[in-house]
Design a protein around this ligand. Structure first.
Ligand code: CO
Length: 336
């Protein structure tokens, strides 16, 4: 029997997707819709353009639970696909979009027989509306919130974003930070480089802005915040950043009180790194108590057999493996 696990990083899109284009117009889009081909496959559309080929477990809770059964996932946390954030839309519209998607995420979770819980999304471009929706969605049954790592030029150390994170800490809402709207633009158009190069860099940059921008120094220690994809490039390049912080402190230190390595106990990461040597580095850097299984399912670049990397990691104490497979997630998202 394979060891059961909790997956904290799954995505969904609602089968009955609301027509925001009709409601709000193309100007505040592009809006995302789903073309269901009726044969278990479909296409996510961004405006008129095909965005991503998908299969039914993205929108069908029954198909999703069948996937979870195959990988012995006892519980999966689902969240929006980042193109659903609507951070570029007017705030009132984005608040409506967030509330609509959050209710549909809760419906998706409700149809899973207790196998799926939902993270909410918020209109992060307006901190007051974001705080209000966070509170509403948590009371409605969400177990935390997923945010993108930036809102246009506003990074994770932005005063309003920090105020939102402080509200999350106050409400006891755990935060998953997901890279999106990737840097590099046209130059990274080939070979899925937006996913393989820019996404890890976005995540590294998100962690860096929190450290060097003094966000961690301003936020309470009980904020529970997790970065997707193993923290992106951050763990591998920590030594390089640490060296710069000490040797060129005049430009690198920013608002940080301590060197970057002193902030590793302030955040967690998921396990989506796809290589036992990378997971070993992550365990050595972050500590096994700060790593949770995250698959990025059901997208094509997600871990196909969810939890396999952690289950098969060599030279790992049983207690550390069990923590990464389940216990850390139970604690982080208050799932007991
Ligand atoms: Co993801």
């Amino acid at each position: 029997m394979i060891a059961p696990c909790i997956d904290i990083h799954g995505h969904f899109f609602p089968a009955r997707s609301p027509d925001f284009r009709r409601r709000f117009g193309e100007a505040s889009g592009p809006w995302v819709t789903l073309h269901d081909h009726g044969d278990g496959t479909g296409m996510m559309m961004l405006g008129e353009e095909p965005f991503r080929p998908v299969h039914s477990s993205l929108w069908d809770p029954k198909a999703r639970v069948a996937d979870l059964d195959r990988s012995a996932v006892t519980l999966q946390l689902i969240c929006a696909t980042p193109v659903m954030f609507a951070y570029g839309a007017p705030p009132e519209q984005a608040a409506h979009v967030a509330a609509t998607y959050n209710d549909l995420a809760l419906e998706f979770a409700h149809a899973s027989g207790g196998r799926i819980r939902a993270l909410c999304q918020v209109p992060l471009q307006d901190v007051d509306l974001a705080c209000r929706e966070l509170t509403r969605a948590m009371r409605a049954g969400c177990v935390g919130v997923q945010i993108g790592n930036h809102v246009g030029p506003r990074e994770m150390d932005d005063a309003d974003t920090v105020r939102f994170l402080a509200h999350c800490a106050h409400e006891g809402a755990a935060v998953l930070v997901h890279p999106w709207d990737m840097l590099g633009g046209e130059r990274l158009g080939r070979w899925m480089a937006a996913w393989t190069v820019a996404m890890p860099a976005e995540t590294q940059w998100g962690i860096m802005t929190m450290i060097l921008g003094g966000a961690f120094d301003r936020l309470p220690r009980d904020l529970r915040i997790c970065f997707a994809h193993g923290g992106g490039s951050f763990p591998y390049l920590l030594g390089r950043l640490e060296n710069a912080w000490h040797r060129r402190g005049d430009v690198v230190r920013g608002a940080s009180k301590h060197p970057p390595s002193q902030y590793l106990d302030r955040f967690s990461v998921d396990s989506a790194v796809f290589d036992p040597r990378a997971l070993r580095l992550l365990i050595d850097t972050m500590g096994h108590e700060r790593i949770m299984v995250g698959s990025d399912a059901p997208f094509p670049l997600g871990e196909a057999d969810i939890g396999q990397l952690v289950r098969e990691q060599p030279d790992l104490a049983a207690e550390a493996r069990a923590a990464m497979l389940r216990r850390n997630a139970e604690k982080f998202f208050n799932l007991e």
